[in-house]
Design a protein around this ligand. Structure first.
Ligand SMILES: Nc1ncnc2c1ncn2[C@@H]1O[C@H](COP(=O)(O)OP(=O)(O)OP(=O)(O)O)[C@@H](O)[C@H]1O
Ligand SMILES: [Mg+2]
Length: 575
């Protein structure tokens, strides 16, 4: 909530002016029935046209003035609410950028998208409504009650009954509606999740002819949402007939008692008519109030979800500034000491008691069956995740003591599931190093064996890539990602199965280029290919999250069961 106030503070002038504008607008509206009473009692009944036109002119002027103030308020409240929504969205987006893989897994990215879009829009809407109606309704209520009591205290007693009856029934209905609205919001999340997954994997869906199944999944989610919305709306719409009933009963009471008073000459006809007008205003303002309370209830669900993200403490924190500034990665020696790791919410450790040391400039192949936690292990080095137990260190300093910028700067990583972004090829490569020059970019692309195919595109380095790099082949995408990682001249380079879609010939050339370009860089290569393993300085063999063996490739053929199996199985397929 602190963040809300911080943002609202930027708009304090508008927020302070708005109540005055509303007050004047409300005043000009609530005096109207008084003038009307005069027109009827002193003008129409006395047949005095002068009074009619004089008072009528006043009425017109006053309502024009009121209108002017209303419009001014609408203008500043629209401006404020849009500004507030934009600022809040920016704050939320910035926060999401600080979150780690772990946090994003926890929130789930579909839900984050809903929070950034429809939840924020709802809050923005609430700010707008609050500035226009929230104050207006109570002001209106107070003023009309004041005028009504002045006209006739006896008649005003009727309001003493109808206002509480209305308030209580609205309260009861809203209390029932609140949990339903929360559920609606959660279901909307689920629906967004289904849509998002479908769109990201649309190629897979089509190639497996699963459109029917996916459509069914969507329909189910969509139907659930519909049912919930109907249920929630049903609860709330009962409110309107209740209000209508109370209003009509009050009107009848006023006409009955008021009629008697007119006959007994206690009040005048015009006064009775203005009384009826006031009654309508009172009930209208109550109705407005209930609508806005309802909107608040819905928005509070949205708000909770936004605040949850805003308040989330990123699970990785940078060390205190003084310490962080002083550590630099100079050599790139990596050591794991008794490292265990478990994903948040996971049942068991995916890595258990992993220990090894890697020297500067070594090339280490990481091998093991699928699911043996190879990717999980290397992600601990740049702190994409934090260890659960033990310690990962670089140059004898715990990775937690480095500033995250230093880690990301000096460690080049090509993830197994890599993504490119919308933009030109050159823009994408520049992610690896901001402000890289064209020769630098080309050198990195050459090393990744990407230069030639990039030039084969008519627009070369200025070729636009679609979202996620849809218009390049799998192998081309992998090479662009390698070039991107090379551009920063990292001290440690991690390639997670990054050449799986590249032919062996090209892969060999990439490896040679790497050796020439980054002689001092420590390289981790996760691979399934025997000749890549064989050409590494050393190999770490993982089995079910444990280190089965570490050593030179030729030794491992003799000493490691797992390595032997991989080695010979590929020898057979090669023959
Ligand atoms: N984000 C995640 N959340 C929870 N569990 C995960 C996550 N990522 C991986 N796992 C689990 O961790 C284990 C190890 O997965 P990991 O991706 O590290 O294996 P891998 O050796 O890289 O496999 P592959 O060769 O298929 O890439 C698996 O059992 C997997 O289910
Ligand atoms: Mg993997």
């Amino acid at each position: 909530m602190k963040k809300y106030w911080e943002i609202l503070e930027r708009y304090k002038i508008s927020l302070a002016i708005s109540p005055f504008l509303i007050l004047i607008a409300v005043l000009s509206e609530t005096v109207q029935p008084l003038f009307m009473a005069r027109i009827i009692d002193d003008g129409v009944i006395q047949r005095d046209l002068l009074v009619v036109s004089e008072v009528g002119l006043h009425m017109v002027l006053i309502s024009l003035a009121g209108l002017l103030f209303s419009v001014a308020n609408i203008y500043i409240s629209s401006k404020t609410s849009i500004g507030f929504g934009t600022d809040l969205r920016t704050a939320l987006f910035d926060k999401i950028q600080q979150l780690t893989f772990n946090d994003i897994d926890r929130f789930n990215s579909a839900s984050l998208i809903t929070r950034l879009t429809s939840d924020i829009t709802r809050i923005q809407h609430i700010v707008l409504m609050s500035m226009r109606i929230l104050l207006r309704a109570p002001m209106m209520l107070v003023m009309t009650v004041f005028f009504v009591v002045r006209i006739n205290t006896g008649l005003a007693m009727i309001l003493l009954v109808s206002i509480p009856v209305l308030s209580i029934s609205v309260y009861l209905i809203l209390r029932k509606g609140f949990p339903l609205f929360l559920k609606v919001q959660q279901q909307l999340d689920r629906l967004n999740g289904v849509v998002r997954e479908n769109l990201i994997n649309i190629r897979v869906v089509k190639s497996f002819v699963r459109e029917g199944f996916e459509a069914g999944k969507f329909a189910k989610s969509s139907d659930d949402l519909r049912d919930l919305v109907i249920k929630a709306s049903n609860t709330v719409v009962t409110m309107f007939p209740v209000m209508q009933l109370v209003m009509n009963l009050s009107l009848m009471a006023i006409l009955w008692f008021g009629g008697n008073k007119v006959v007994g000459n206690e009040i005048k006809v015009g006064e009775l008519i203005s009384f009826v007008n006031y009654l309508t205003q009172v009930l209208m303002s109550l109705m407005m109030l209930s609508v806005i309370i309802m909107a608040f209830v819905r928005a509070s669900a949205s708000s909770e979800r936004i605040v949850e993200v805003l308040n989330a403490k990123p699970s990785l924190v940078d060390p205190p500034a003084g310490l962080a500034g002083s550590h630099r990665i100079r050599e790139g020696r990596v050591a794991f000491r008794n490292v265990s790791f478990r994903y948040e919410g996971g049942e068991e450790d995916v890595l258990q008691d992993v220990t090894f040391e890697v020297n500067q400039g070594e090339t280490i192949a990481v091998v093991g069956a699928t699911g043996s936690a190879k990717s999980s292990m290397v992600q601990l080095i740049p702190r994409l995740y934090d260890v659960t137990k033990g310690e990962v260190s670089i140059d004898n300093i715990n990775v937690k003591d480095y500033h995250s910028d230093e880690l990301h700067c000096k460690i080049g990583m090509v993830l197994q599931k890599n993504e490119l972004f919308t933009g030109t090829i050159a823009d994408n490569l520049r992610w690896g190093k901001q402000g890289a020059t064209q020769p630098e970019i080309e050198a990195a692309a050459r090393a990744a064996e990407a230069h030639d195919f990039i030039l084969s595109f008519p627009e070369g380095y200025d070729t636009m890539l679609g979202r996620g790099g849809v218009n390049v082949s799998g192998g081309q995408k992998q090479r662009l990602c390698i070039a991107r990682a090379l551009l920063g001249k990292p001290k440690i380079l991690i390639l997670d199965d990054s050449t799986s879609a590249v032919d062996t010939e090209t892969e060999l050339r990439i490896r040679r280029n790497l050796n020439a370009l980054l002689a001092d860089t420590t390289v981790f290569i996760i691979t399934q290919r025997v000749h890549t393993m064989q050409s590494a300085d050393r190999v770490i063999v993982l089995e079910d999250g444990r280190v089965e063996a570490v050593g030179k490739p030729d030794e491992l053929i003799r000493t490691s069961e797992v390595y032997k199996e991989i080695y010979y199985s590929q020898q057979i397929t090669l023959q």
